[in-house]
Design a protein around this ligand. Sequence first.
Ligand code: 5AD
Length: 343
Amino acid sequence: MDATVEELMHRRTLPDEALRTLLESEDTSLADSLHRAAREVTDARFGKRIWLRALVEWSSVCRNDCLYCGIRRGNRKAERYTLSAAEILSACERAYRHGLRTFVLQGGENPSGAEALVPVVEQLRARWPDAAITLSLGELPFDLYARLRRAGADRYLLRHESASPRLYASLHPAGMTLAHRLACLDELRRLGFQVGSGVMVGAPDQRTEDLIADIRYLERFSPDMIGLGPFIPHRDTPFGHFPAGSAETTLRLYSILRLMHPDAMIPSTTALSALHPGGKLAGILAGANVIMPNFTPPIQREAYSLYNGKPTTDGAESLTDMIGELAAAGYTIDPGRGDCIKN
Ligand code: 5AD
């Protein structure tokens, strides 16, 4: 094993320059060594098991105007929908019948709409006490976070997007600040949520030192879940003409973060499979241990377009194929909730 990779594996940290080498090196044997070490650590911690999360994209309404995102407020072409309580419940029921024990309600940032989710979360909690409820609804008033938590939500995903104030500002409209994003993450933790954070890789103007700043932020915050995917342009956004991020760099970041956070739940994300067909498995082999099949009703699924080229193979309809592909690589699905348990 490469000496730098070995140091990362044992010390769970590295100096900036060594991280830069791991992210930038053209030596493919170094990348191979990094991915192998990450896989070894993942298998030792979790066994060859993968957890499933049912993604339910509950609303494409968003008050925000992030420059990269297809459902930004400024995109007049985006189709807007919000699932009713009954539609959310039936999507979750379908997921539960398929054996999934985590529901992820994700949507645009829409505090007044999110109010309606408080009773929905209560109903999900009462009906399926053995399932975990994850929310991914952006920045909300802290009292709403608290009410959603009391209603029975267990986890919250809020990517910090970039820990570099310069890059954060160039990705987001004036008025959105990194300081407030990080305050939300601290508050979510204080409320007792398992908290997930993460970034897009290869966003316009993102440099290696920005990724190193992200690695350092995650090192300090120690998230329970880590969400990572390549930037993919959406034609109706200001970033529509920028190239997509590199799948290769994304995979290296998966492995680096796995070695630094052996207990974290890390999904192999849809954006990664959007960039290359074998991306789902590549993510697993680089250290991910979670897959999020899409249980949004097919009609709305298309309207929930954060970037172009969202794959159709991530749908609940492809679940059997997905599980088959994992089984062929030696992985089985764990039937439990898959909480992050820090050793
Ligand atoms: N490419 C890749 N990921 C994106 N996201 C939003 N827009 C894009 C895009 N164009 C990611 C953001 C957000 C998550 C829900 O989706 O990181 O946090």
